[in-house]
Write a new protein. Structure first.
Length: 97
């Protein structure tokens, strides 16, 4: 009986882990490219980018890094400028999130 409970516990744990891994991927994915009203300035050699929200409303944006980890989603107010830095990979795009 103890072996059956242990196997059941292992199966449930494995199923929960698998479900959490599959749901985390799509939720973390970046959306479409941000519109042109989000101005960008990028200096690839310094791995630095700046964005300015010229859209007239709050925008939810994130920096997408090619061959590196993407940055978190940020809410930016109209007229606000954000500075983005990264260490690994190269600039990909600014995306909606």
């Amino acid at each position: 009986m103890r072996l059956k409970n242990t196997l059941t516990t292992l199966a449930v744990t494995a199923m929960i882990t698998a479900c959490s891994l599959t749901t985390a991927g799509p939720a973390a994915a970046a959306g479409p490219t941000a519109p042109a009203c989000v101005a960008r300035e990028v200096i690839k050699q310094n791995k630095t980018a700046w964005t300015t929200n010229n859209c007239g409303r709050n925008m939810h944006i994130q920096l997408v890094i090619d061959h590196g980890p993407d940055r978190s989603c940020w809410t930016t107010s109209p007229g606000e400028t954000l500075e983005w830095k990264w260490k690994m990979g190269s600039y990909g795009r600014i995306a909606l999130c």
